[in-house]
Design a protein around this ligand. Sequence first.
Ligand SMILES: Cc1cc2nc3c(=O)[nH]c(=O)nc-3n(C[C@H](O)[C@H](O)[C@H](O)COP(=O)(O)O)c2cc1C
Length: 351
Amino acid sequence: MQIGPIKLPVPFCQAGLAGYSDRAMRLVARRRGCPYAVTESLLDITLLHGGKGLENSIDINDEDHPIAGQIIGSEPDQLARVAQILYAHRYDVIDLNFACPVKKIKNKARGGHMLRDLPRAVEILKAVRDALPPQVPTTVSLRRGYDDSGESTDAFFQILETAWSLDYAAVRVHARTVEQKYAGPSRWPFLKDLKARYPDQTILGSGDVFTAEDAVRMLGDTGVDMVWIARGAIGNPWVFKQAAALLESGSALLPPSIHEQRDALREHFGISMEIHGEQLAGRRMRKQGIKYARFHPDASQVKVDFIAVTSLRTWQQVLDKWYSHDGPGVWPDPRAADEVNGEENQSCEAA
Ligand SMILES: Cc1cc2nc3c(=O)[nH]c(=O)nc-3n(C[C@H](O)[C@H](O)[C@H](O)COP(=O)(O)O)c2cc1C
């Protein structure tokens, strides 16, 4: 599996997830088998204005490769400049977000709304490609349509064909429409048809991947080249190894033990604190902790305790109370990963 010149050992990646997939989440996952990760979507104007949190949002280190910097915006020239900024910060791939369902500015398409503004979408694809040296891979993240209309499907294919004609290295297709946001099924047969139509292009499949089993099933059912693991990776940095084991040997690994969970939680909070400081780390890690809790035999009580976390001290208290004694973890109800707070109104931009 390759994204342009970048060879990847297993066909699974960690998705861009606003509010989650910062360097802390990425490193914890990479140390447990994640081969490729994507940033939360970075808004062009925030980066251009060197705004608050700029360094927190885009700083990467040697361990955080290969990485795609995902950019979102409405203006071709601004997105082109932002692509150059990320390239200068040693990003390996630039991913354009044409997938986010939230519209923030009047009369100007952004994210998934590009499917309703083809000329703008095409201009952005060109401007970003032209702004970078040819060896730097560019990719685009798309929904399968704005809605279920034929017009919307046509727009999807025009964007796709433009991307191929400009030598985009891959597209990532979330097989829900923009109108669906994150609810209802992701239409995997659409991915299968797409891969059959473009067998020589690299396609990443996305939507309804909550477990390692789902990831491997998506490969088999659709033939996509790589699976984009999103909600299924929150609180489960082991999912990449689990999926690789399933793919290679057909057998599932054991769920992470209590001490494996404790170690990941501790590490995750530590890196988050380095990036964001204790207070913000406390807020961000609360929602991560809730998701990790699903592998604990006392999941519902652990979750309640994570909800009350505000600081390193209160975080440590939860670890001391629930994670001191080692023992087997449990496989959660797979659909429990489906309840990410506030996702209906998720902004798709790095906080
Ligand atoms: C909380 C949240 C934040 C997200 N942020 C981003 C983002 O920044 N960039 C992006 O391309 N997709 C984003 N997505 C979409 C996911 O990457 C993924 O495409 C979507 O959740 C479908 O996959 P799933 O059903 O397997 O979770 C986000 C989704 C959620 C739930």
